[in-house]
Design a protein around this ligand. Structure first.
Ligand code: RNT
Ligand code: ZN
Length: 419
């Protein structure tokens, strides 16, 4: 390791240690945290099963940057490149449409065998896998409804798809010896104000109960449900609202997924974690960045990302929280998008681990809000960067923006050669 990185690290460490922060222990802890990196940033949520279908479900990817992955092998190569630039061992979050098979298979007929190559690759790479049924971009979701559809046949199709997805998730968990989270998100909702808000929600509840009827070993598989406030084309009413899944998840013991972009524009998920944690066994996060709407911008190191990290660390919630990413930007290099968003998420956790939490708690308890504010503000300019650089070097990944040259080379040699 370069001498200067080590020296700056030692200096920084002394400053943090003066406040009782064990920096080496923080780095060890940080190395244990797995971020679930979403495969869909690599190809603009297209997948491989129904590539002729447009992206629907009220989500949208904009931009036409060249080099999107067109095949499972290309996507895996891109993921490998990204992971080589991100410190730590992580997970890949797959969607059902990313099945790697030559068979023409319908969503409700998917089986573990259609994901064998993903599992073999994950084993070889030392990665975990998470999963999602794909309840959009399909002719049977064309009118905006899936699990809450009024037509029982359409509902059945999506229920069967979700059941198949859970079995695939359980297979991932068993094969890789680590828990797979299968997260259900459905786009169901109305563009304009409905008359009957109850019936679709009742149907969604019944569909979920049917889907979850099969018990799966929680050591290998956990279910999550993801809410939303609105989407493109479901501005007036989303069936699976926050209250809906909050109730469902607590009552039925499912992980509740909080997506940072799925609430009112000034509402933040960081402020929900401590409440949810008191009642839920586990939480799934979709770390994203809404800009004016659920725009799924690449995650940057902004106040909300820092606050999410702080809540997880201060509230000791890391053990019960599964951290997933959810953004898709097609206007920049897609590998860079992964690297930037994932490195930032890890940075936010490290920043939180380097806070003088105990002295801050004591000041707060004593009503000394002056000290609280003063310390929090001064710590913002502590030499966090030196610790981060040392961590990257120690974990064998590029320090600071050195990763960018590698992405540019990969773009020249690989991405731009794709048609
Ligand atoms: C959509 C949800 C959902 C999707 C992915 C692709 O608003 O956030 O998580 O982004 O499943
Ligand atoms: Zn999401």
């Amino acid at each position: 390791m370069q001498e200067i990185i080590t020296r700056q690290y030692e200096d920084a460490k002394a400053l943090y240690e003066a406040h009782g922060i064990d920096v080496d222990a923080a780095l060890e802890r940080l190395a244990q945290i797995k971020i679930s990196m979403h495969c869909w940033q690599g190809d603009d949520v297209r997948g491989f099963l129904n590539r002729d279908q447009d992206l629907t479900g009220g989500i949208s990817v904009t931009g036409n940057y060249p080099g999107a992955a067109r095949t499972p092998d290309e996507l895996r190569a891109d993921l490998e490149k990204a992971f080589s630039l991100i410190p730590g061992k992580h997970k890949v979050n797959l969607h059902a449409i990313y099945a790697d098979t030559d068979e023409k298979v319908e969503l409700d007929r998917l089986e573990p065998k259609h994901f064998e190559r993903w599992v073999a690759w994950a084993k070889e790479q030392g990665l975990g896998l998470d999963f999602n049924p794909t309840c959009f971009s399909h002719e049977k979701s064309g009118d905006g409804f899936t699990l809450s559809h009024a037509d029982p046949d359409i509902r059945r199709f999506w229920i069967d798809h979700c059941k198949a997805s859970r079995r695939i998730g359980a297979y991932f968990g068993e094969q890789l010896g680590q828990t797979c989270v299968t997260n259900i998100w459905v786009p169901d909702g109305f563009k304009d104000t409905p008359v009957d808000r109850m019936a679709p929600r009742r149907r969604l509840k019944e569909s979920l109960d049917d889907i979850f009827a099969e018990e799966l070993n929680p050591a290998y598989h956990l279910d999550a449900v993801e809410s939303k406030l609105f989407g493109l084309g479901s501005e007036a009413y989303v069936v699976g609202s926050h209250e809906f899944y909050m109730g469902y998840g607590i009552q039925r013991n499912k992980l509740i997924c909080l997506d940072a972009g799925h609430f009112h524009p000034t509402e933040v998920i960081s402020n929900k974690l401590s409440s949810l944690a008191l009642f839920a066994d586990g939480i799934l996060l979709h770390v994203s960045r809404p800009m004016r709407w659920d725009s799924d911008h690449v995650v940057v190191l902004d106040d909300e990302l820092l606050a999410i990290g702080q809540e997880l660390v201060r509230g000791d919630l890391l053990a019960k929280t599964h951290i997933g990413l959810d953004f898709f930007d097609a206007s920049i290099n897609r590998v860079a998008a992964w690297v930037i968003g994932t490195r930032n998420t890890i940075k936010a956790l490290l920043r939180a681990m380097l806070e003088p939490v105990e002295p801050l708690r004591e000041a707060e308890l004593a009503g000394d809000y002056t000290t609280r504010l003063a310390l929090v503000e001064e710590f913002k300019s502590y030499p966090f960067g030196a610790v981060w650089d040392y961590y990257c070097a120690k974990m064998g990944v590029p320090v600071r923006e050195q990763w960018l040259a590698e992405v540019k080379a990969y773009e020249r040699e690989t991405l731009l050669k794709r048609g």
